[in-house]
Design a protein around this ligand. Structure first.
Ligand code: NAG
Ligand code: NAG
Ligand code: NAG
Ligand code: NAG
Ligand code: NAG
Length: 414
């Protein structure tokens, strides 16, 4: 795997204007949001910078994904090489490592779990060679651990790996998933007959809803037809881009593409820049730290994509950082975004977003290979110039002092 050699050291900070605690949460979020971030402290441009105008207008009413979903998915590491043993051992590992307790509860099987053909009754069948006990038994196993089981299908006639797709079989397949005890559906976009996603994705929502079982609906239509503009009413999350690769170039490209839709995310429906590659070996520790930080800040679903049965200490340290997870799972549910780009080649970037309790999360992100000094001006963050704050570095790279007007740590380098 080619390495980019890119330096990605950054700080991930939480800025707190605390004292006033705003009870954010529940459904009346836009109001709370406005209440929490009025002046003094926050500037007139605050709501322009973080564009809260569309926040909360779309919410899928199935009660799920009030914060971005967390868990694991088989694809990034295993691709088609999956079995019930891998899924069970992964569930065991999520529990034994403590990741489950930190919120990683969805155990999601991706493509290749089923036979190449439906059975005589037209039903999907788990591959008897790799899933001999069947999906129901696997769901029972996973549920006993306090976890949830996710499955995969496709809004086309085949899945991407040419297993049967659910297009025109939505009702029966949804019923079957529900009868097995499935809690989550990732719904892909291959072999779609050229029919628009807007026509192919709603029938599965209707079918899932009709089962009466709460099943998180994760739309994977690759960002075709700008799903942020319409998918909030259809899915709990929607992919905004093509598949991620385990490279710095892919990860940064996807982060930038996903940023465009920040205004549309909120409790119940999230932009999905694809699953995590942390721990798969294609990026450096620093690069993975940037990956995890930005995914957390962007309120992306946090689906670990490595072999959690065999994580390195470094990988574990990254994905188990409770304060970074708390940024992702913050009750306010506003997607952070890129608020300033400066320096030669746009290397110095500031990404930020509002959190509950009058706090902001701020990432100082060096996107290039040379050490740089990154400044986050209060103005760019939406703070009044006279505002005093306390600052906490979530990766504890360096203690940052109380500051006014701007945040300017010493040069950031590896
Ligand atoms: C598939 O998984 C098995 C067991 O999990 C492993 O031994 C084997 O090397 C894997 N094969 C590939 C091609 O990754
Ligand atoms: C089905 O949809 C209705 C209306 O949006 C909603 O109130 C209900 O919670 C949904 N049920 C499930 C199981 O998703
Ligand atoms: C990832 O790699 C595949 C080929 O393996 C390529 O088709 C795709 O465009 C890449 N995606 C990105 C975002 O770089
Ligand atoms: C565990 O990961 C290491 C690399 O971190 C690798 O060399 C080893 O083969 C893996 N072991 C298994 C059983 O997959
Ligand atoms: C971005 O930040 C730099 C450094 O603080 C500042 O000079 C520049 O004016 C900012 N740009 C914008 C568009 O706010």
């Amino acid at each position: 795997m080619a390495r980019s050699g890119t330096l990605s050291v950054h700080l991930l900070l939480v800025i707190s204007l605390s004292a006033i605690v705003v009870a954010a949460g529940g459904r009346a979020l836009p109001l709370n949001l406005l209440r929490g971030f009025e002046r003094p402290g926050f500037s007139r441009s605050f709501h322009r910078i973080y564009d809260t105008s569309k926040y909360g207008i779309f919410q899928l009413n199935n009660g799920l994904a009030q914060t971005p979903q967390m868990g694991w998915n088989s694809w990034n590491f295993f691709a088609c090489n999956i079995s019930e043993t891998v899924i069970k051992e992964t569930a065991d590992a999520l529990v034994s490592t403590g990741l489950a307790k930190l919120g990683y509860v969805h155990v999601n099987i991706d493509d290749c779990w089923s036979t190449p053909k439906r059975n005589a009754k037209g039903e999907l069948v788990a591959d008897p060679k790799t899933f001999p006990s069947g999906i129901k038994a696997l769901a029972d196993y996973v549920h006993k651990q306090g976890l949830k089981l996710g499955i995969y299908s496709d809004a086309g006639i085949y899945t991407c790996q040419v297993r049967p797709g659910s297009l025109y079989h939505e009702e029966n397949d949804a019923k079957q998933f529900a009868s097995w005890g499935v809690d989550y559906l990732k719904y892909d976009n291959c072999y779609n007959l050229g029919i628009k996603p807007k026509d192919r994705y709603p029938p599965m929502l209707k079918a899932l809803n009709a089962t009466g079982r709460q099943i998180l609906y994760s739309m994977c239509e690759w960002g075709v037809d700008d799903p942020a503009l319409w998918a909030g009413k259809i899915g709990n999350s929607w992919r905004t881009t093509d598949d991620i690769n385990d490279t710095w170039a892919s990860m940064t490209t996807i982060a930038d593409l996903n940023d465009k839709w920040a205004a549309y995310a909120g409790p119940g429906g999230w932009n999905d820049p694809d699953m995590l590659e942390v721990g798969n070996g294609g990026m450096t520790y620093q690069e993975y730290r940037a990956h995890f930080s930005i995914w957390a800040l962007m309120k992306a679903p946090l689906l670990v994509g490595c072999d959690v049965r065999n994580m390195t200490a470094e990988t574990y340290q990254l994905v188990s950082n409770e304060e970074v997870i708390a940024v992702n799972q913050d009750s306010l549910g506003v997607q952070g975004r890129k608020v300033n780009v400066s320096g030669t080649g746009g290397c110095s970037q500031v990404w930020a977003g509002p959190l509950s309790r009058r706090r902001l999360v701020v990432a100082l992100w060096n996107r290039c290979s040379k050490a740089v000094s990154i400044t986050a001006a209060w103005e760019a963050l939406g703070l009044d110039s006279s505002t005093s704050v306390s600052i906490r570095d979530l990766w504890q790279v360096r203690i940052t002092r109380m500051s006014q007007k701007m945040l300017r740590p010493r040069s950031l380098h590896r």
